[in-house]
Design a protein around this ligand. Structure first.
Ligand SMILES: [Zn+2]
Length: 243
């Protein structure tokens, strides 16, 4: 596997320097601080009096900072710290939706770590902070009924685990700089009724419904959501096929 570009930004504080004796999962988080940068979050870990830190932080541009080597414990996932590698993700707003670049890096990094530690992402090898403590973290992958931005049948989360598994099978075309997203593309709606929402997530108000299984142009992507060219709002791409 080709090494991704990971920036070494080791902490001088909040790094317990304890080697994990076993690593049985990768734990995914959000920083819960909209629009903050990866380095700002790293610097917070390095200066706060709270015992908090993370192995990795992925920024809004897809940049990856390593704050603590992944063989060592970080203070991120409560009782799971002793057996998980932690990955924090930045996000533009309170929906917790990831930019395409952050998402791509998250898939790549998680796939690489799963290979290193021989973990199956779709069989407990990748977890959310939510799975350990029921904390709403990362919000994009927690169901709306639990206060998150995922669908109640967890389409964002399942898609992510699927994307990690597919990335591992691919053996990796590993990114050094995240690929640019296309400006716009077309999708065909695959369900009889697809709600249109004011923003990218189920927490946003419903503004309409697509009932024609038609072809629509998406001009912006946010996680698993696409913004309609018509200006009508956002739709969940889990119910569409990309053309
Ligand atoms: Zn968390």
């Amino acid at each position: 596997m080709i090494a991704m570009q990971i920036q070494n930004a080791y902490l001088t504080h909040n790094r317990p320097k304890t080697r994990r004796s076993r690593t049985t999962a990768i734990a995914v988080h959000w920083v819960a601080n909209p629009n903050s940068t990866a380095m700002a979050n790293r610097n917070y870990f390095n200066t706060t009096s709270r015992a908090v830190s993370s192995n990795y932080i992925i920024g809004l541009q897809g940049e990856i900072l390593c704050c603590i080597p992944d063989e060592e414990t970080s203070w991120c996932t409560n009782e799971a710290n002793s057996y998980t590698v932690s990955v924090e993700c930045c996000h533009p707003d309170w929906t917790g939706c990831f930019t395409g670049k952050t998402y791509t890096s998250l898939v790549e990094l998680t796939a690489q770590l799963c290979q290193k530690y021989h973990l199956d992402p779709q069989n407990g090898g990748v977890i959310r902070h939510y799975d350990v403590t029921r904390k709403i973290c990362p919000k994009w992958f927690v169901p709306a009924s639990r206060g998150g931005s995922d669908t109640n049948d967890e389409r964002h989360w399942k898609q992510f685990l699927h994307d990690v598994a597919r990335q591992m099978q691919r053996g990796s075309t590993a990114i050094s700089t995240p690929a640019a997203e296309p400006d716009s593309y077309r999708v065909r709606v695959t369900v009889d009724a697809l709600r249109i929402r004011k923003g990218a997530g189920t927490s946003y108000a419903i503004t309409g419904c697509i009932r024609d299984k038609g072809v629509y142009t998406i001009i912006k992507t946010c996680g698993n959501w696409g913004k309609l060219k018509s200006g009508a709002g956002w739709i969940c791409l889990g119910y569409c096929r990309k053309l």
